[in-house]
Design a protein around this ligand. Structure first.
Ligand code: CP
Length: 317
């Protein structure tokens, strides 16, 4: 594997799952693979889990790690071509990217949707330029429209907990005070369909995700109906994704907050969220603290998904 930006880059998914379970039993089994190789992690946005788990994954593989927080201490970067750079941005991404490539063997990039233009966000302008101009393998640590390392970890977690061959997995929208990107729900829907689960997506009207990610899932606007018989509930907020309403908040309806009321109609479902989560907006305290909450095991599996992805990239260097 050269680059990793979505589920289809991983190759045989079931082999990847076997590798994940093997690595979970012996995290440093491939510690020689990354010896004298350097990972550069570039953050345009904040992170707790991705930063720690990806760095730990690189350490599992014996790699050196450099972390660059673009907004803290680096030159302010211009990302638009053709701009007369007479403002506060001192360096252009088109020089910065190949320079970053000089100092490392692999690059991870976190760059969220900016909500300035749907076209820019959905063309994945930033990570695409890293792929084009760095000369290095590049993997997503959450880009504008996808967060595949998270979805891989979510999949491992479901496989570890499922009791049915083909569980019913429900992705539910939940309210949030700020406009959030569609990266996590897009990737989650795409990944869950790709592995063959029964996938239902529920949200208020106006929150339809791009069909490129949801094809194969059932859309159900009635949240209670969607939850009936579910084995896994995955909650997430996202802002409107359609060209007309892109990046807008259309609803803050607290009836959509996941609580014991909705969980009662599931088949004793597990609760999942990628974190960070706003309690009593997305999910009530009792559900996230309850015995069926998987939010911590999901976060723990981020180390495993990142180790598998880095291993596959290193094997192809
Ligand atoms: N889930 C996730 O990506 O967490 P961070 O934003 O803290 O990295």
């Amino acid at each position: 594997m050269r680059h990793f930006t979505n589920v289809h880059d991983l190759g045989d998914l079931h082999l990847a799952l076997q590798e994940a379970l093997e690595i979970k039993k012996d995290r440093t089994k491939y510690v020689e693979l990354g010896r004298n190789k350097t990972l550069l992690m570039v953050f345009f946005n904040s992170s707790l889990r991705t930063r720690l788990s990806t760095q730990k994954a690189a350490m599992n593989l014996g790699m050196n790690v450099i972390v660059l927080d673009v907004n803290q201490g680096a030159w302010k970067l211009e990302t638009e071509r053709g701009v007369i750079m007479d403002g506060d941005k001192s360096e252009h991404l088109l020089e910065a990217i190949p320079v970053m490539g000089c100092y490392c063997d692999v690059i991870g990039v976190r760059s969220f949707a900016r909500f300035e233009s749907r076209e820019d966000d959905y063309s994945e302008k930033i990570i695409t330029q890293f792929i084009q101009y760095s000369g290095r393998p590049v993997f997503s640590m959450e880009a504008a429209t996808g967060h595949p390392l998270q979805s891989f970890a979510d999949w491992i977690t479901i496989e570890e907990h499922k009791t049915k061959e083909r569980p019913k997995v429900v992705l539910t929208w939940a309210p949030h005070p700020k406009a959030l990107p569609q990266a996590v729900p897009n990737s989650f829907a795409q990944w869950m369909v790709a592995v063959g689960y029964d996938v239902v997506i529920t949200h208020p009207e106006g929150y339809e995700l791009d069909e490129r990610f949801t094809k194969g899932a059932t859309i159900e606007y009635d949240q209670m109906k969607a939850f009936e018989g579910a084995d896994f509930i995955y909650a997430k907020n996202w802002s409107a994704a359609s060209p007309e309403n892109y990046g807008q908040i259309l609803s803050k309806d607290m009836d959509w907050t996941v609580s014991s009321r909705q969980m009662a109609v599931t088949d004793n479902a597990y609760f999942m969220h990628c974190l960070p989560v706003r309690r009593n907006m997305i999910v009530t305290d009792d559900v996230i603290e309850g015995p069926r909450s998987l939010v911590i095991p999901e976060a723990a599996n981020r180390e495993i998904s990142a180790t598998v992805v880095l291993k596959k990239i290193l094997e192809n260097l």
